[in-house]
Design a protein around this ligand. Structure first.
Ligand code: ADP
Ligand code: GLC
Length: 475
């Protein structure tokens, strides 16, 4: 199959979260299976890599004027290329996403430009795969601007990575982007008299997926539906949950070049070296003598989604009632960044924090910890709990979305992690207490680690599910 894949971030070129990882690894897995895959993404400031300009210039007319862009290309592997939409005015900004007045133009333009890029590059896809609200208008354009072209007859798949970010704009955006008012209704892109790019994708695509089976169920309820539960219920026959995989080239403790020592389930000596290095890096005292203490870790975007409020409330209990240590890596909402810093200031030598986005450090944190905290309010899939399992770091997760689908509680056969249900600091503290019990029983800890490390989260299995979906759409 020829697959056109649109995503607003693609690792290693750009990444703010898991979408970037998926947009790297899923196309790679599909290409390895013999499909021809082209990924289209914006060329942001700071994108580095082996990019070459192409001859192609795009020209698109909108009511506000004509916009042009160049296309650059990078080869990611056999049958796998990444094409960049180069529109400096839109994409060379300090952050990938923003709150500027023209955000709707940035991704309205991207959605249409990506489709035109495929035409101009001479790539006629069998399937078009769109991701999150930034690509929502591509589904609309396939039924409008491009309806009479070869692209218009290719089926589209729209994947929801996070329903809470919807791309909501005032309805004046309809005229600004020249969108057909005929689509401004409850079964189209209208959302309480505003327009909603996510809803546009959901209502216009031929199939909808999300990144775990559990989240596919959850988003059809009021609690998790972000006011789109009705639309999702109405399209439930088109909606499936396909679990993400992890990039096992990048995330493998036996081969990871970003670690000071490597290890696998047959020998944890390297993990102890990583723990000592992590403690030293975060300035925890006297690494050699004290590394017998349990180390709790976190790597996260600091947002409400991630249950950071629970972590902030439960960690004081953890460190006051036990000898545990805590290492936290994250960035995001200022309010939470301040909260993490305050926690480190309150418990010096016991809680250490690094505010920032640091990929190399995130590998060391995954490897060096004993327990990994992920008390999410909701979690479409989540990658860090899978990295943790792979790295023999026992995940402590709230039983929601992909966390529930990927972690098995220690009380059950095959257990590899610790789960709690209620969105309460006490529930997290209870799970931390169970972790301390596990810590006192090395045989139990060892079993959890080994079972986690043996779990298969490789992409081929997930990619096969997407292939089946594409094939079913092609009849
Ligand atoms: P989300 O996409 O909701 O943030 P995921 O668990 O799917 O959650 O993916 C998060 C990705 O971003 C992981 O690869 C994780 O390691 C990475 N990440 C998040 N915060 C940081 C950080 N501060 N430094 C480095 N990597 C981070
Ligand atoms: C989103 C979700 C996360 C998921 C990622 C990749 O960022 O928050 O749970 O793993 O997308 O699909």
């Amino acid at each position: 199959m020829r697959i056109l894949f649109l995503a607003s971030e693609v690792a290693p070129f750009s990444k703010t979260g898991g979408l970037g990882d998926v947009a790297k690894a899923l196309p790679a897995a599909l290409a390895r299976d013999g499909h021809e895959v082209r990924v289209v993404t914006p060329l942001y400031a700071g994108v580095r890599g082996d990019l070459a300009p192409t001859e192609v210039t795009l020209r698109l007319r909108f009511p506000f004027g004509v916009e042009t862009a160049r296309v650059a290309a990078a080869r990611a592997g056999p049958r796998h290329e990444v094409w960049f939409i180069d529109h400096p005015g839109y994409y060379r900004r300090p952050t990938l996403y923003g709150t500027a007045w023209d955000e709707h133009r940035r991704f309205g333009f991207f959605s249409v430009a990506a489709l035109q890029a495929a035409q101009r590059m001479g790539f006629a896809p069998d399937v078009i795969h769109l991701n999150d609200w930034q690509c929502g208008l591509a589904a609309v354009a396939l039924q409008g601007r491009f309806a009479a072209t070869a692209l218009g007859s290719a089926p589209s798949v729209f994947t929801i990575h996070n329903l809470a970010y919807q791309g909501n704009f005032p309805k004046s955006v309809m005229d600004d982007l020249g969108l057909p008012w005929g689509s401004f209704h409850a079964d189209g892109l209208e959302f309480y008299d505003t327009i909603n790019f996510m809803k546009a994708g959901i209502t216009s695509a031929d199939a909808i997926t999300t990144v775990s089976p559990r989240y596919a169920q959850e988003i059809q309820t009021q609690e998790y539906g972000c006011m789109l539960e009705g639309v999702l219920q109405a399209r439930a026959d088109r909606l499936t949950g396909i679990l993400n995989g992890i990039d096992e080239e990048e995330w493998d403790p036996a081969r990871d070049p970003l670690l000071p020592a490597r290890y696998d389930a047959s020998d944890f000596a390297g993990k102890a070296v990583c723990k000592a290095a992590l403690r030293r890096r975060f300035g925890l005292p006297d690494p050699d003598r004290l590394s017998a203490r349990p180390l709790f870790t976190l790597v996260s975007r600091l947002t409400t989604q991630k249950g950071i409020d629970l972590t902030l409330a439960a960690v004081p209990w953890l460190v006051s009632t036990s000898e545990a240590e805590v290492v936290l890596l994250g960035n995001g909402d200022e309010h939470y960044e301040g909260g993490l810093r305050a926690l480190a200031a309150r418990f010096p030598g016991r809680v250490a924090v690094h505010i920032g986005f640091d990929n190399a450090l995130s590998h060391l944190v995954e490897a060096g910890g004993d327990f990994f905290l992920m008390p999410s309010r909701y979690e479409p899939c989540g990658l860090n709990q899978m990295y943790s399992l792979r790295y023999g770091t026992v995940p402590i997760v709230r039983a929601t979305g992909g966390l529930d689908d990927t972690v098995t509680d220690a009380s059950l056969p095959g257990g590899d992690g610790l789960k709690f249900e209620h969105l309460q600091p006490d529930a997290l503290a209870w799970a931390m207490g169970r972790a301390l019990d596990v810590w006192r029983r090395p045989d139990v800890l060892d079993g959890l680690r080994r079972r986690g490390m043996a779990k298969d989260f490789s992409w081929p299995a997930s990619a096969a599910r997407y292939e089946q979906l594409y094939a079913s759409l092609l009849g």
